[in-house]
Every structure is written in C-alpha cells, then in structure tokens.
Design a protein around this ligand. Sequence first.
Ligand code: 3HC
Ligand code: NAI
Length: 695
Amino acid sequence: MSADYQVHDNVAVITLNNPPVNGMGLATRTAAVAALRRAQDDGAIVAIVLTGAGKAFSGGADIKEFNSPNALAEPSLFALIATAEGSTKPVVAAIHSVCMGGGLELALGCHYRVALPGAQIALPEVKLGLLPGAGGTQRLPRVLGLEMALNMIVSGTPVLSEKLAGTMLFNEVFSAGTDLVPAAVAFAKSVAALRPLPKVREMTVDYPEHAAFLASTRATVKAAAGPFPAPLECVETVAASVTMPFDEGIKFERQRFMHLMQTTESKALRHAFFAERLASKIPDVPADTPTRAIDKAAVIGAGTMGGGIAMNFANAGIPVILLETKQEALDKGLATIRKNYENTMKKGKLTPEKCAQRIGLISGTLDYAAIASADIVVEAVFEDLAVKETVFRQLDAVMKPGAILASNTSTLDVDKIAAFTGRPQDVIGTHFFSPANVMKLLEIVRGKATAKDVLATTLALSKKLKKTGVVSGVCDGFIGNRMVEQYVRQAGFLLDEGALPAQVDRAAEQFGFAMGPFRMGDLAGNDIGWYIRKRRAIESPGMLYSKTADLLCEQGRFGQKTGAGWYDYKAGDRTAYPSPLVDDMVLAHSAALGVTRRVISDAEIVERLVYSLVNEGAQILAEGIAMRASDIDMVYLTGYGFPLYRGGPMFYADTVGLPNVLAAIEHYARGANGAAWVAAPLLVQLAADGKQFNR
Ligand code: 3HC
Ligand code: NAI
C-alpha cells in the first residue's frame, strides 16, 4: 500500500505511504491517483486532504526509479498533479517535515496548502543536476514571485515553512504542536463550499523589470555554476513563467528536464547522492546494531591532525582532551586551535558565544590518567609504528573498558596496532584528512578484529562530526592513499618523459581536479612521500618510480611549509610560481636517464593520472579493501578533490567505457615506464563481460 485512504467527517484523507520519504514512484503515484478518484466519485465526500506518512510529506520523485522504465510509466507525476488540480472537490495539501521536489510540485497542484512549522520546503532538483520537472518552475514563481522562486530553484536550498507564512504558497501555517490532520480536515471543511477552486496555474507572475533582472541573474549564475549546466537551465525555465503562457512554460520545462536527465553531470550527481548514503551500509553490520555512547573524547598528539580532530569533536558539542608528551607542544597545539576558531569568528562565520563555547570544550593534559574515562580516543602521533606502539600500550593500560581506541594512521597496519593492546576488538582506524576540521572524508579502517558495534559507532560518529564515513579494509595506504600513490607515480614518470610540473597540474586542473599532483604535494608536504618511499625501499625494493621527488626533497624543498617545493612561494602567499630551478632539475634528470624528452599532450597526462587511480581502484575492489566501487568514488570526491561532475574515478571509468580504459592502459604498458602498468584482473574481466564498476 503506498497511499492510505480514510474518511474524517466527510473529508477524504489520503496519506502517501512509501517509506522512507514517500518518494513518488510508480506504485505511489498509481495509489494516489486511485485514491483521488475514489474521493471524487464518493458523493459523501466534500473535500480531500493529501498528506504524507512518517518523516515526510514527500521527498519528491523517487530518485531510485530514475533509470528504470517506471520513471516514465503512467500515471506520471504530471497525471497525478493534473488529477489533484482537476478535482471538482477542493484538495488541501497538509505539509509537514519535508516537502521537496515533486512533493512540492504536487502540493502546488493542490487547491490549498497548509503546513506545520519546521517543514523543509525546497525544489532541490538542481543538486541532482536537474530542474523541477513537474511544473515547479512555472508554479513556484506564481506563488512566491520571480526573485524568491528563482533563488530557491537555482540554489535548491530548503526554506522553513514558517518563513514562507504569509506568502501565497501557504493558506495557513499552523502553530507548533498542532495536530496536522485534524487541523487540515477542519480547514478543508471551511473551504469545502467555495467556488471557483483556486489554481496556481491561473495566476500570473507580475515582474515588470523581469528582462533586466533575468539578464543579471543569468550572468551571476553562469559564473557560479562552473561545469554544471543545470543552474542556468533553471534560470531559463523560471524565466518562461514570465515570458510564456503556463502551458507553453510547462512544455519548455519538460523539454529541458528531459535534456538534463541525460547529462553526465546529472548522472554523476545522482550517483554521488546514493553513493554517500550507501557508504554507511555494511552488509554484515545491520542498521540496528547497537552503538556505544560517545559523550567524551580524547586525542593523543596536538600536531597538525590532532588539533583539527579535536576541533571536530568540539564542533559537534563533544568535550575533548588533548594529550601531549611536552607542555610546550600542548600549548602550541591549543594556541593553534584557539587561533583557528578566532579567525573563523573574525570572518563572521562563528558567533563570539559559539567560539568561546567550542574553545571551552577543548582541554589539554600530559597525563594519561586524565583521559581514562573518555568514550573514544583518537591517536594522532608521528607516523612511526614504534611510537604508536608506546601509545597504544599505554591506552590499553588506562582506558576504561569499552572505550574505542582509534588511530589516525595514514599508512600503517591497523591490525598490528590493535595487537599492541589486549582489546583488539575495540581498535579501529579513523583516517581524517588534512585540514581535519575542513575535509569531509573520514576513512574508517576496519581491522580483522574490530567489533561490529565499534564499526557501527564510528560510522554514526562520522555523521555526528558531519563527515562522509567510508569503510576501508587494512592495506598500506587504505583506499585513498594507496590509489594516490599510483597517481603520483605517473605524475613523476611524466616529468621524466617530457612534461614539467606546471603542465601536469594544469592538465589535471582543467580535467577538474581541485589541485594537480604537484601543487597537492607542495600543500601536503613532499617529505611525507619521501619518508614512505624510503620505507618501501627497505620493505619492497626495486619498485619503479621517478627519482625527481627524492631529488627535490634532498634540496629541502618540502613544499609550502618550507617556502619551496615543486614551485616557488613568497612569504604569506600560497600562489605556486613555476620554479626555473625545478624545471632545470627535471630536464637534467631526464638527460641523466638518457631519455629524449617528447611533447606530452594534456589528454595523455589526464589519462595516465586518472586511469592509474582506476586501475588501482579495481585492484582494491577485487581484494575487498573497498566494499563497492561507489565507496571509492566517495573517497575521491570528498577527500581528494576529484571533480564532482565526473562522479569519482570509478564512475568516470564507467562513462568512458571499461574497454576503452583497458585499451589505454595496455597502450601505456607498451610505452616508457610501461612496467608500472599491470591491468587489474577485475578491470580486464569487467571489460570482457561488458560490465561496469558501478552496476
Ligand atoms: N527518492 C527516493 N529515495 C529518497 C529520496 C527520493 N526523492 N529522497 C531520499 N531518499 C532516500 C535516501 O536514499 C535514503 O534511503 P536509504 O535509507 O535507503 O539510504 C532515505 O531516503 C533517507 O534519506 P537521507 O539519509 O538523506 O535522510 P534525511 O532525513 O537526512 O534527509 C531528505 C531526507 C531531506 C528527503 C533527503 O534525503 C533529500 O534531500 N532527498 C533528496 C530530495 C530531492 O532531491 N528531491 C527531488 C527529487 S527529483 C524530483 O522530484 C523531480 C521532479 O521535479 C520531477
Ligand atoms: P605532527 O607531527 O604535526 O603531530 C604529531 C604530534 O604528536 C606532535 O605534536 C608530537 O608532539 C605528538 N606526539 C608524538 N609522540 C607522542 C606521544 N608519544 N604521545 C603524545 N603525543 C605525541 O603530525 P601530523 O601530521 O598531525 O600526523 C599525525 C598522524 O596523522 C600521523 O599518523 C599521520 O600519518 C596522520 N595523518 C597525517 C595527515 C597530514 O596531512 N598531516 C593526514 C592524515 C593522517
């Protein structure tokens, strides 16, 4: 049953019932149309109330249905809206909680709308690379006016129902605590006899200066939209509400909606929407797994990461104690945190009260006894197994039973770390990204012994900290850094073969990466990779990579923090200036290798960088380190600046076509430094079977 039917006092109450958010899939549309007809045909019914069960009036069209034939099957959302609007008995939309997209479009097709306060009202289609496709672009301006409707449609941002009280969107916004259905029924009875029935389609949008307003809006929106076509399409369709009669506007909207539906950008955004939600679902950890309470936290190490991690807890209202070995390091860490908060406050992004409150939630100590009662402790000391061992042995000795012992290690073996304790089931990796108080990604590393409730608690915590939690198995570098290593390796080979850092970065950035590999290295610190390569040289000697990065580090050019890296920097300026010295070093290194440098196209640069990610991603998937391709995409979208409109490396590979990706990899395997390319067996298999990473 996806729409319930009841009668209250001669008023039919139709309740959309398709959990979790009453998405309007085929079954729901069919049931709602049938219920409206039933009410229409029943002579005893004087009016109709349309509402939604559970946590929403409706979240809109059923996005899960978009790629299936059901999306276009009748009755369409249009047919449902037409049935409501065409009813000869008044239809009242009774709105609560969430009224978005097709849900709001349905409400706009009703004759009256009443709402509880606190309901989120939005046409958020633009966030999925679409525009409202069931009349929203034509009806919302008719009730809210051109400017307000355009803002809502172009931004997709929800507005609370009480803020829209007094507009023609709502006939009434009830006071808080009102019992919605009885109040809506009473309202319906009060208007039952009124005729003609008001219809939004019959209203007009009055905006005499619309041409000038639209022209300036187009310019602003175009500049802000970047590679996404939807925002500007939203402007054009909303413009039709003033420049075209209603039915023509609807036709135009339909045409532009169908066009956007086919764009890669929209497919990528829809993929990201579901990928984000899927990432928190672990097949062998049911959603109802009990979680441990996290009311108090501790962080070991008040350096770059420890400070940012502590801020995350404070931002979520969780008191946190930072532990250091020396007072000086602790004072420095706490001072940096204070400065960060004060800077945010100075920019007007944090009120003085909130700033003080957050700083007040963070304290420091040199004594393990002070953190013993924390529910979770996150270790963020030097990336050195011996140091981690000392810390985890101490944690095992002092922490209360049931405390979660987390490590922020970026490459080390979480199982080995867990083995330093007598409670490996409580140990987990929480790999934050730098700056930890800003970056969305949290890689959650599940060790062999990690208890299910520890995993469930950490996933729940990631939501509380407003992070995208993605689970990774244990391997060197986990999902993100293991892949990025291949990407950086290719970047190095490109230098040896003929490119310069600025060209490689420019090509990557034109593809859409937030930052090319060399600018990224300068930001993160080139010494990190140097340290890892030295470790690798001992653990797995003979690995092929360009020596340019080592030569750079030998000159102390660690990046922005030393004022010089792949680029030159000026004091107080993060701008990367190409360095003649580095370029000479690159040329000299090619010469030393006996390489005749060649012109490398931007297309080759992009393919080699991106396909190295894809190939390693396929390997990670086959090994079960990532549970699904979409998890890898989330890691890259939220932690590595991969362009959102391309949907992540694995989704991008699917759009290019896996046989094409494989052919390119085989081509590069025959070229210089070709030994670095070994096509992942999973990629070979999927390409042969005509399948994709993201099914
Ligand atoms: N269709 C199908 N499923 C939907 C959905 C929709 N429109 N909106 C949300 N869901 C699902 C989610 O996938 C998730 O499923 P899961 O539990 O299986 O993972 C579940 O509902 C809960 O979603 P959230 O975790 O996001 O829950 P929240 O309570 O945090 O947020 C929400 C609820 C505000 C509705 C949020 O999910 C949201 O913003 N949804 C998208 C709304 C949207 O974009 N609507 C427009 C659709 S396009 C449209 O209507 C086209 C029309 O113009 C023709
Ligand atoms: P950092 O050098 O800035 O800070 C480390 C801090 O730990 C220092 O303040 C040091 O005094 C303290 N410390 C060292 N030994 C200690 C001990 N025994 N007890 C208590 N405190 C101790 O290092 P950073 O960059 O913050 O890295 C910390 C961890 O986070 C490492 O494991 C690193 O691999 C990981 N990481 C680093 C990222 C980065 O971009 N810097 C990104 C993601 C993870």
